[in-house]
Write a protein that binds this ligand. Structure first.
Ligand code: UDP
Length: 335
């Protein structure tokens, strides 16, 4: 019988790509999403890709009643993948209470309802932001957790702490996935990132500039201690990232420890200017950009050690930077 999984935030950027991969692997998917950062038609688009519409509830993980109803109507759910959270670093500095309430409060409510429904498996969306401004790239999972640079980053650290404590106190099993920089879109160009307003992240800013929605990209700083002076990140294709969530579900039952953490990146770093140049090549466009001042809080360079995810999850990122940017551009052109 197909395993049934609840995906919170399943209509969001990473959530929707993960739902597609889960369905392709024969999982039955139930989605809860409050549409705070996406659109309901993503559901039809998932159906177009997979040939099947997942079960969807318009609901909020902060609302215990919404979760209780889902777990009552789907008593065969065995695990949860928890994406539903706010993710804008700058906004979190302006609205810390909103971030703690939604990201930390939402997860506590979810864990409480999971416990009532006897569901003991959760995959959590974490971030490489937990490593802070490390000078040890490639960074591995045993690297120390840094003091968070934003309330957003702190919610990821706090949620991991809560999950670790709960895995000790109860029979909850946790796989926490620390994403590096997810970019790109589904090759069908039916789903992708839908930034609200002016994008904060590099790649949506690039594609919107190329599409004429933004005037000019500002490269934040050219005086870093890197080969070309711009910051280095580990960009990973969202479809590769999505596939890792399927592998994470398959990890339950085989875990050495009830709390496990994995980095999800390619293991390679690219500078901002390398991303810009690669985008120009694959899109055959000239990008209007200028060099501006550094952005406060930016880490100079970070990329992942992927050995643990490769060896234990049996997962490896496959997509090239070219492919990531080609799909991001194809998606942008549909918007
Ligand atoms: N970046 C930039 N211009 C932008 C947005 C981002 O130069 O308009 C740079 C940013 O300084 C960082 C990299 O692109 O070095 C990735 O930034 P993003 O916000 O996408 O991810 P994060 O900072 O969270 O790694």
């Amino acid at each position: 019988m197909a395993e049934k999984v609840l995906v919170t935030g399943g209509l969001g950027y990473i959530g929707s790509h993960t739902v597609v991969e889960l369905m392709a692997q024969g999982f039955e998917v139930v989605i809860i999403d409050n549409l705070s950062n996406t659109r309901e038609d993503v559901l039809d688009r998932i159906a177009q890709i997979t040939g099947q519409k997942p079960v969807y509830y318009n609901g909020d993980v902060c609302d215990a009643n919404d979760l209780e109803k889902i777990f009552a109507e789907h008593s065969d759910i065995t695990s949860v993948i928890h994406f539903a959270a706010y993710k804008a670093v700058g906004e979190s500095v302006e609205k810390p209470l909103e971030y703690y309430r939604n990201n930390v409060g939402g997860m506590i409510t979810l864990l409480g309802q999971m416990k009532k429904a006897n569901i003991e498996r959760i995959v959590f969306s974490s971030s490489c932001t937990v490593y802070g401004d490390t000078d040890r790239s490639p960074v591995d999972e045993s690297s120390p957790i840094a003091q968070a640079a934003s309330p957003y980053g702190n919610t990821k650290i706090i949620c991991e702490d809560i999950l670790r404590d709960e895995s000790v106190a109860s029979s909850l099993s946790v796989v926490s996935l620390r994403y590096f920089n997810p970019i790109g879109a589904h090759p069908s160009a039916l789903i992708g990132e839908l930034p609200l307003g002016v994008p904060n992240n590099l790649v949506p800013y690039i594609t919107q500039t190329a599409a004429g929605i933004r005037e000019q990209l500002t490269v934040f700083g050219e005086d870093y201690n890197t080969a070309d002076g711009t910051c280095i990140r580990d960009y990973i294709h969202v479809v590769d990232l999505a596939k890792a969530h399927v592998m994470a579900l398959q990890r339950f039952g085989k875990m050495d420890n009830r709390f496990e953490v994995f980095n999800l990146g390619t293991g390679n770093g690219n500078s901002v200017l390398e991303v810009v140049q690669t985008f120009e090549n694959v899109s055959d466009t000239k990008l209007n950009y200028r060099i501006g001042p550094r952005r406060a809080g930016d880490v100079e360079q970070i990329w992942a050690s992927t050995t643990k995810a490769n060896d234990i999850l049996g997962w490896k990122a496959e997509s090239s930077l070219e492919e990531m940017l080609r799909t991001a551009w194809a998606w942008q052109q549909t918007l």
